[in-house]
Design a protein around this ligand. Structure first.
Ligand SMILES: Nc1ncnc2c1ncn2[C@@H]1O[C@H](COP(=O)(O)OP(=O)(O)OP(=O)(O)O)[C@@H](O)[C@H]1O
Length: 306
């Protein structure tokens, strides 16, 4: 957007966010998974309880996964931000936190509006029809019955699922499901729209219409976050990209240079670039982000470091 820096209105401020999952269950504790564990099925409840207590609660299958590490950024109204990164780098976790589904473990997150996660699958019911799911999904997003009634035809028109409207969602193709989810989540213009990979299952026609709708949200001063593994989706839909790697935010800037850096790390020259990134990390820790960016600019004039 060509709005002067000082006039831009923040919509999301993330400050030193850490997000850690605590996973409980058998087989993940330090002493779990030994050969004797295969006998567990044969133990009665009392023996099993005695055995668990003997081990100590601290060691019964508890593990922590630090999915997001010390991530800070400011997003502004009117921006569309793509989040890129390898599998497991923390992209979805960050989006789920912005959408209010996963609390940060430490750090602060400020939202200047209501966030809506595209992927209302958690509340959509496969056994119910598209029609019923529109009512449930839209109300779960906070629409009143009157608002659902007013938006209903528009949702159906955008979802373009024809006679499937009255069939169970379990009969839908993944593209049809995505279209319906997208239509529901954008039924009223959200302040912050969070789109997690849903666009990748749609066809070219759907992607074009979804892009139009995202543009409309941005023009309405909303902010859009999109996770995608597809570079051209990010370039078409976003004016900014964040690159997550192993939970950290490694780059923040215009999509083309950020994707260039990401591609280099994982592309055919990755061994060389891995060394450069390791060195850039060391420089960033010792001398700051600008020194790390300057180091990388020896090979890429657009390099940035956050
Ligand atoms: N509900 C969960 N419980 C425990 N660990 C989780 C959970 N969800 C994600 N993780 C872990 O957190 C880390 C980040 O996962 P996340 O799904 O955020 O990554 P991602 O970048 O979105 O990956 P992908 O591109 O594969 O979708 C991974 O190590 C993952 O195994």
């Amino acid at each position: 957007m060509d709005v002067p820096e000082g006039d831009r209105v923040p919509s999301v401020i993330a400050s030193h966010l850490d997000i850690t999952y605590r996973v409980y269950g058998s087989g993940t504790g330090s002493d779990a998974g030994g050969p004797g564990d295969r006998q567990v099925d044969n133990l009665d409840e009392e023996s099993l309880m005695r055995r668990l207590l003997a081990r100590g609660l601290g060691t019964v299958g508890r593990r922590e996964v630090q999915a997001v590490r010390d991530v800070s950024f400011v997003a502004y109204r009117g921006e569309s931000i793509g989040i890129v990164g390898a599998n497991g780098s923390g992209k979805s976790t960050l989006l789920r936190t912005i959408a209010g589904l996963v609390p940060p473990t430490s750090g602060r997150l400020w939202l200047g509006g209501r966030a809506s996660l595209l992927g209302v699958n958690a509340v959509l019911m496969p056994k119910l029809s598209g029609r019923d799911n529109i009512w449930i999904g839209a109300q779960a997003l906070g629409l009143s019955p009157a608002q659902v009634r007013a938006a209903f035809d528009d949702i159906v028109e955008f979802a373009d699922i024809g006679d499937f409207l009255d069939l169970p969602m379990s009969t839908y193709s993944s593209g049809m499901g995505s279209r319906l989810r997208f239509a529901i989540s954008t039924a009223i213009t959200p302040d912050i729209l969070v789109v997690d990979e849903a666009l990748s299952t749609g066809d070219a026609h759907f992607r074009a219409r979804a892009t139009e709708r995202i543009t409309a949200i941005r023009e309405n001063a909303g902010t859009v976050f999109v996770v995608s593994h597809n570079d051209s989706t990010i370039k078409k839909m976003c004016d900014r990209a964040l690159w997550m790697d192993n939970g950290k935010l490694l780059a923040d800037g215009e999509p083309t240079p950020v994707l260039g850096l990401y591609g280099r790390k994982y592309g055919k020259h990755r061994a060389v670039w891995r060394q450069r990134f390791d060195e850039a990390h060391r420089i960033a820790d010792a001398e700051g982000a600008e020194a790390a960016a300057e180091y990388l600019r020896r090979w890429d004039k657009n390099a940035s470091w956050e």
